[in-house]
Design a protein around this ligand. Structure first.
Ligand SMILES: [Zn+2]
Length: 344
Protein backbone atom coordinates (compact mmCIF):
# COMPACT_ATOMS: atom_id res chain seq x y z
CA UNK A 1 0.00 0.00 0.00
CA UNK A 2 1.26 3.46 -0.82
CA UNK A 3 1.56 5.97 1.90
CA UNK A 4 -0.07 9.29 1.12
CA UNK A 5 2.20 12.09 0.06
CA UNK A 6 3.10 14.26 3.02
CA UNK A 7 3.79 17.96 2.95
CA UNK A 8 7.02 18.73 1.07
CA UNK A 9 10.03 17.92 3.20
CA UNK A 10 11.81 20.72 4.98
CA UNK A 11 14.99 19.04 3.78
CA UNK A 12 14.72 18.69 0.02
CA UNK A 13 17.15 16.54 -1.89
CA UNK A 14 19.60 18.90 -3.51
CA UNK A 15 22.73 17.00 -4.35
CA UNK A 16 22.96 15.05 -7.57
CA UNK A 17 26.14 13.01 -8.13
CA UNK A 18 28.30 14.45 -10.86
CA UNK A 19 27.81 11.47 -13.18
CA UNK A 20 24.06 12.17 -13.14
CA UNK A 21 24.23 15.93 -13.52
CA UNK A 22 22.93 17.22 -16.87
CA UNK A 23 21.17 13.99 -17.66
CA UNK A 24 19.04 14.36 -20.79
CA UNK A 25 16.79 12.14 -22.83
CA UNK A 26 16.45 12.20 -26.60
CA UNK A 27 13.06 12.14 -28.29
CA UNK A 28 12.82 8.99 -30.45
CA UNK A 29 10.57 10.75 -32.96
CA UNK A 30 12.13 14.17 -33.54
CA UNK A 31 15.53 13.74 -31.84
CA UNK A 32 14.98 16.79 -29.65
CA UNK A 33 16.77 16.88 -26.33
CA UNK A 34 14.27 16.40 -23.53
CA UNK A 35 15.41 17.82 -20.21
CA UNK A 36 15.15 15.48 -17.29
CA UNK A 37 15.11 16.93 -13.79
CA UNK A 38 16.08 14.24 -11.30
CA UNK A 39 15.00 16.43 -8.38
CA UNK A 40 11.50 17.24 -9.61
CA UNK A 41 8.98 16.26 -6.92
CA UNK A 42 6.62 13.65 -8.40
CA UNK A 43 3.10 12.67 -7.31
CA UNK A 44 4.09 9.03 -6.72
CA UNK A 45 7.03 7.45 -4.92
CA UNK A 46 9.69 5.83 -7.07
CA UNK A 47 10.74 3.17 -4.60
CA UNK A 48 10.05 -0.56 -4.99
CA UNK A 49 6.62 -1.52 -3.65
CA UNK A 50 5.98 -4.85 -1.94
CA UNK A 51 4.00 -7.17 -4.17
CA UNK A 52 0.47 -8.02 -2.99
CA UNK A 53 1.32 -11.71 -2.87
CA UNK A 54 3.82 -10.81 -0.14
CA UNK A 55 6.67 -12.14 -2.22
CA UNK A 56 9.08 -9.79 -3.92
CA UNK A 57 8.68 -6.18 -4.94
CA UNK A 58 7.44 -4.21 -7.91
CA UNK A 59 10.43 -2.17 -8.93
CA UNK A 60 9.84 1.02 -10.94
CA UNK A 61 11.50 0.48 -14.33
CA UNK A 62 11.23 3.75 -16.15
CA UNK A 63 9.75 7.18 -16.40
CA UNK A 64 7.85 8.53 -19.38
CA UNK A 65 8.49 12.16 -20.31
CA UNK A 66 6.79 14.20 -22.97
CA UNK A 67 8.73 15.82 -25.77
CA UNK A 68 8.09 19.56 -25.70
CA UNK A 69 8.58 19.86 -29.47
CA UNK A 70 6.47 16.99 -30.87
CA UNK A 71 4.61 15.67 -27.78
CA UNK A 72 5.91 12.12 -28.28
CA UNK A 73 6.46 9.88 -25.26
CA UNK A 74 10.09 9.64 -24.26
CA UNK A 75 10.91 6.69 -22.02
CA UNK A 76 13.83 6.92 -19.63
CA UNK A 77 14.96 3.57 -18.20
CA UNK A 78 16.16 3.52 -14.61
CA UNK A 79 19.49 1.81 -13.99
CA UNK A 80 19.43 -1.73 -12.54
CA UNK A 81 22.08 -3.80 -10.82
CA UNK A 82 21.81 -7.46 -9.85
CA UNK A 83 21.74 -7.75 -6.08
CA UNK A 84 24.61 -9.90 -4.81
CA UNK A 85 25.07 -9.23 -1.14
CA UNK A 86 24.12 -7.11 1.86
CA UNK A 87 26.17 -4.39 3.48
CA UNK A 88 25.49 -3.47 7.11
CA UNK A 89 26.40 0.05 8.18
CA UNK A 90 26.12 1.63 11.61
CA UNK A 91 25.88 5.35 12.22
CA UNK A 92 26.40 7.94 14.89
CA UNK A 93 26.85 11.70 15.04
CA UNK A 94 28.70 14.37 16.96
CA UNK A 95 28.91 18.15 17.01
CA UNK A 96 31.12 20.98 18.27
CA UNK A 97 30.70 24.73 18.49
CA UNK A 98 33.50 27.09 17.52
CA UNK A 99 35.16 29.09 20.35
CA UNK A 100 33.07 32.18 19.50
CA UNK A 101 29.88 30.16 19.65
CA UNK A 102 28.87 31.34 16.18
CA UNK A 103 29.31 28.17 14.13
CA UNK A 104 28.69 24.50 14.74
CA UNK A 105 30.10 21.49 12.96
CA UNK A 106 27.79 18.52 12.77
CA UNK A 107 29.25 15.17 11.79
CA UNK A 108 27.67 11.84 10.92
CA UNK A 109 29.65 8.67 10.47
CA UNK A 110 28.63 5.30 9.02
CA UNK A 111 30.87 2.30 9.61
CA UNK A 112 30.30 -1.29 8.57
CA UNK A 113 31.07 -4.12 6.22
CA UNK A 114 29.63 -6.83 4.06
CA UNK A 115 27.42 -9.03 6.25
CA UNK A 116 29.72 -11.99 5.58
CA UNK A 117 32.71 -10.31 7.25
CA UNK A 118 31.15 -7.92 9.73
CA UNK A 119 31.42 -10.60 12.42
CA UNK A 120 35.22 -10.31 12.24
CA UNK A 121 35.00 -6.56 12.84
CA UNK A 122 32.68 -7.10 15.81
CA UNK A 123 35.09 -9.66 17.25
CA UNK A 124 38.04 -7.27 16.89
CA UNK A 125 36.14 -4.59 18.83
CA UNK A 126 35.15 -7.10 21.50
CA UNK A 127 38.66 -8.43 21.98
CA UNK A 128 40.01 -4.88 22.27
CA UNK A 129 37.45 -4.23 25.02
CA UNK A 130 38.41 -7.47 26.77
CA UNK A 131 42.04 -6.38 26.73
CA UNK A 132 41.11 -2.98 28.14
CA UNK A 133 38.80 -4.33 30.84
CA UNK A 134 39.58 -8.03 31.37
CA UNK A 135 37.22 -8.51 34.29
CA UNK A 136 34.13 -7.30 32.45
CA UNK A 137 32.05 -8.62 29.61
CA UNK A 138 32.68 -6.45 26.52
CA UNK A 139 28.95 -6.27 25.90
CA UNK A 140 28.12 -4.62 29.22
CA UNK A 141 30.00 -1.38 28.57
CA UNK A 142 30.68 0.75 25.54
CA UNK A 143 33.59 2.72 24.18
CA UNK A 144 31.98 6.13 24.12
CA UNK A 145 34.41 8.88 23.21
CA UNK A 146 32.63 11.83 24.76
CA UNK A 147 32.40 10.04 28.09
CA UNK A 148 35.95 8.74 27.89
CA UNK A 149 37.36 12.18 27.13
CA UNK A 150 35.36 14.21 29.59
CA UNK A 151 36.62 14.30 33.18
CA UNK A 152 33.14 14.77 34.63
CA UNK A 153 31.37 11.91 32.84
CA UNK A 154 34.36 9.68 33.12
CA UNK A 155 34.53 9.77 36.89
CA UNK A 156 31.06 8.24 37.07
CA UNK A 157 31.69 5.56 34.45
CA UNK A 158 32.01 1.99 35.80
CA UNK A 159 34.95 1.18 33.53
CA UNK A 160 36.59 4.52 32.68
CA UNK A 161 36.62 5.87 36.25
CA UNK A 162 39.81 3.97 37.13
CA UNK A 163 41.60 4.69 33.85
CA UNK A 164 44.74 6.79 33.62
CA UNK A 165 45.55 9.10 30.68
CA UNK A 166 47.83 6.37 29.32
CA UNK A 167 45.01 3.89 29.44
CA UNK A 168 42.78 6.33 27.60
CA UNK A 169 45.43 6.74 24.91
CA UNK A 170 45.77 2.96 24.69
CA UNK A 171 42.02 2.65 24.12
CA UNK A 172 42.02 5.32 21.41
CA UNK A 173 45.04 3.82 19.65
CA UNK A 174 43.35 0.43 19.96
CA UNK A 175 40.17 1.55 18.20
CA UNK A 176 42.20 3.20 15.44
CA UNK A 177 44.18 -0.02 15.03
CA UNK A 178 41.01 -2.12 14.73
CA UNK A 179 39.91 0.18 11.91
CA UNK A 180 43.25 0.12 10.09
CA UNK A 181 43.63 -3.65 10.47
CA UNK A 182 40.21 -4.21 8.91
CA UNK A 183 41.53 -2.39 5.84
CA UNK A 184 39.34 -2.36 2.77
CA UNK A 185 36.82 -4.72 4.34
CA UNK A 186 35.68 -1.91 6.60
CA UNK A 187 33.55 0.79 4.98
CA UNK A 188 33.91 4.13 6.71
CA UNK A 189 32.01 7.25 5.69
CA UNK A 190 31.95 10.58 7.48
CA UNK A 191 30.14 13.77 6.53
CA UNK A 192 30.68 17.16 8.14
CA UNK A 193 28.47 20.20 7.88
CA UNK A 194 29.47 23.59 9.25
CA UNK A 195 26.67 26.09 9.74
CA UNK A 196 25.67 29.04 11.86
CA UNK A 197 24.49 27.76 15.23
CA UNK A 198 21.03 29.16 14.59
CA UNK A 199 20.78 26.92 11.51
CA UNK A 200 22.17 23.85 13.27
CA UNK A 201 19.00 21.69 13.40
CA UNK A 202 18.45 22.00 9.64
CA UNK A 203 22.16 21.56 8.92
CA UNK A 204 22.13 18.33 10.91
CA UNK A 205 19.30 16.87 8.86
CA UNK A 206 20.91 17.98 5.61
CA UNK A 207 24.09 16.19 6.61
CA UNK A 208 22.14 13.06 7.51
CA UNK A 209 20.26 13.05 4.21
CA UNK A 210 23.31 13.76 2.05
CA UNK A 211 25.25 10.94 3.74
CA UNK A 212 22.43 8.41 3.46
CA UNK A 213 21.91 9.18 -0.23
CA UNK A 214 25.63 9.01 -1.00
CA UNK A 215 25.95 5.67 0.78
CA UNK A 216 22.91 4.21 -1.01
CA UNK A 217 24.52 5.15 -4.33
CA UNK A 218 27.95 3.87 -3.35
CA UNK A 219 26.83 0.56 -1.83
CA UNK A 220 24.41 -0.33 -4.65
CA UNK A 221 27.21 0.46 -7.13
CA UNK A 222 28.91 -2.57 -5.54
CA UNK A 223 25.73 -4.66 -6.11
CA UNK A 224 24.98 -4.72 -2.37
CA UNK A 225 21.88 -3.80 -0.41
CA UNK A 226 22.67 -1.10 2.18
CA UNK A 227 21.14 -1.78 5.61
CA UNK A 228 21.56 1.31 7.78
CA UNK A 229 21.27 1.47 11.54
CA UNK A 230 21.83 4.65 13.54
CA UNK A 231 22.43 5.17 17.24
CA UNK A 232 19.15 6.53 18.58
CA UNK A 233 20.96 9.14 20.73
CA UNK A 234 18.72 8.57 23.70
CA UNK A 235 18.43 5.72 26.13
CA UNK A 236 15.31 3.72 25.64
CA UNK A 237 13.94 0.42 26.73
CA UNK A 238 12.88 -0.14 23.14
CA UNK A 239 15.11 -1.93 20.66
CA UNK A 240 14.10 0.62 18.07
CA UNK A 241 13.24 4.25 18.34
CA UNK A 242 11.34 6.08 15.63
CA UNK A 243 12.75 9.46 14.69
CA UNK A 244 9.94 11.01 12.78
CA UNK A 245 12.07 13.59 11.01
CA UNK A 246 14.38 10.87 9.70
CA UNK A 247 11.44 8.78 8.50
CA UNK A 248 9.98 11.79 6.73
CA UNK A 249 13.24 12.76 5.12
CA UNK A 250 13.78 9.22 3.86
CA UNK A 251 10.24 8.85 2.55
CA UNK A 252 10.35 12.19 0.76
CA UNK A 253 13.50 11.28 -1.15
CA UNK A 254 11.53 8.56 -2.88
CA UNK A 255 9.33 11.09 -4.62
CA UNK A 256 11.85 12.05 -7.23
CA UNK A 257 13.72 10.26 -10.01
CA UNK A 258 17.04 10.62 -8.24
CA UNK A 259 16.02 7.81 -5.87
CA UNK A 260 15.77 5.03 -8.49
CA UNK A 261 18.99 6.32 -10.06
CA UNK A 262 20.80 6.00 -6.72
CA UNK A 263 19.21 2.73 -5.56
CA UNK A 264 19.42 1.00 -8.98
CA UNK A 265 16.47 -1.34 -8.44
CA UNK A 266 17.69 -2.56 -5.05
CA UNK A 267 15.17 -2.43 -2.21
CA UNK A 268 16.47 0.04 0.39
CA UNK A 269 15.14 -0.55 3.90
CA UNK A 270 14.38 2.60 5.86
CA UNK A 271 17.31 3.43 8.17
CA UNK A 272 16.60 2.26 11.72
CA UNK A 273 17.47 3.96 14.99
CA UNK A 274 18.60 1.50 17.65
CA UNK A 275 19.68 1.44 21.28
CA UNK A 276 22.83 3.48 21.86
CA UNK A 277 26.05 1.48 21.44
CA UNK A 278 24.11 -1.76 20.91
CA UNK A 279 26.47 -2.90 18.14
CA UNK A 280 30.29 -2.82 18.03
CA UNK A 281 30.22 -0.83 14.78
CA UNK A 282 28.15 1.85 16.54
CA UNK A 283 31.15 2.29 18.82
CA UNK A 284 33.40 2.72 15.78
CA UNK A 285 30.94 5.23 14.29
CA UNK A 286 30.94 7.16 17.57
CA UNK A 287 34.74 7.25 17.37
CA UNK A 288 34.81 8.54 13.78
CA UNK A 289 32.12 11.19 14.33
CA UNK A 290 33.88 12.37 17.50
CA UNK A 291 37.36 12.55 15.96
CA UNK A 292 36.19 14.55 12.95
CA UNK A 293 34.09 16.98 15.01
CA UNK A 294 36.96 17.49 17.43
CA UNK A 295 39.36 18.05 14.55
CA UNK A 296 37.20 20.98 13.43
CA UNK A 297 37.24 22.47 16.92
CA UNK A 298 41.04 22.29 17.16
CA UNK A 299 41.48 23.81 13.70
CA UNK A 300 39.19 26.65 14.78
CA UNK A 301 41.22 27.07 17.95
CA UNK A 302 44.42 27.18 15.85
CA UNK A 303 45.80 24.16 17.68
CA UNK A 304 47.46 21.11 16.20
CA UNK A 305 45.11 18.13 16.35
CA UNK A 306 45.47 15.97 19.45
CA UNK A 307 43.71 13.14 17.62
CA UNK A 308 44.52 13.26 13.92
CA UNK A 309 41.86 11.69 11.69
CA UNK A 310 44.65 10.03 9.68
CA UNK A 311 44.90 7.46 12.50
CA UNK A 312 41.62 5.95 11.28
CA UNK A 313 43.09 5.00 7.91
CA UNK A 314 41.13 5.43 4.71
CA UNK A 315 37.78 7.18 5.09
CA UNK A 316 35.27 8.45 2.57
CA UNK A 317 34.93 12.06 3.72
CA UNK A 318 31.99 14.11 2.55
CA UNK A 319 31.41 17.74 3.24
CA UNK A 320 30.01 21.01 2.03
CA UNK A 321 32.06 23.80 0.55
CA UNK A 322 31.16 27.39 1.42
CA UNK A 323 29.12 27.57 -1.79
CA UNK A 324 26.98 24.68 -0.50
CA UNK A 325 28.41 22.21 -3.01
CA UNK A 326 28.66 18.68 -1.65
CA UNK A 327 32.09 17.18 -2.28
CA UNK A 328 33.81 13.99 -1.21
CA UNK A 329 37.28 12.51 -1.03
CA UNK A 330 38.46 9.01 -0.13
CA UNK A 331 41.71 9.46 1.77
CA UNK A 332 43.72 9.15 4.96
CA UNK A 333 43.49 12.37 6.94
CA UNK A 334 40.78 15.00 6.79
CA UNK A 335 40.39 16.97 3.50
CA UNK A 336 40.26 20.38 5.18
CA UNK A 337 41.47 22.41 2.19
CA UNK A 338 39.04 20.72 -0.20
CA UNK A 339 36.14 21.76 2.01
CA UNK A 340 37.18 25.06 3.52
CA UNK A 341 40.12 26.33 1.49
CA UNK A 342 43.15 27.56 3.36
CA UNK A 343 41.24 29.54 5.99
CA UNK A 344 39.85 28.32 9.26
ZN1 LIG B 1 9.98 14.99 -30.14
Amino acid sequence: MRRPRAAPSEIPLRHVPERLANLNATCPRCAATVPFDLLEVLPEPKAPVKARSGEGHWVPQSRVLTCARCSADVTVEYPRVQLQTRCELYGDDAWRDDPQGARRVQTYALVGADHKVIGDVNEAVRSLKKELAPDRSPDEWSLHMKVLRSGQHRKKHPVFASWTRDKETEAIQGIAKVMRNAGRRLFVYCISRVAARSAAPVAKREAYLALVMYVIDDVTEGAAQPVLCFDSERQSTLERVVHEWASNVFRDTQYCDLFPFLSKGIVIPEPQFVKPASHPCLELADFVAYIVARYHLERWQGRPPTLDPSMMGRVTYLGFQRSGTLVYSIQEGFPWELLYGTGT
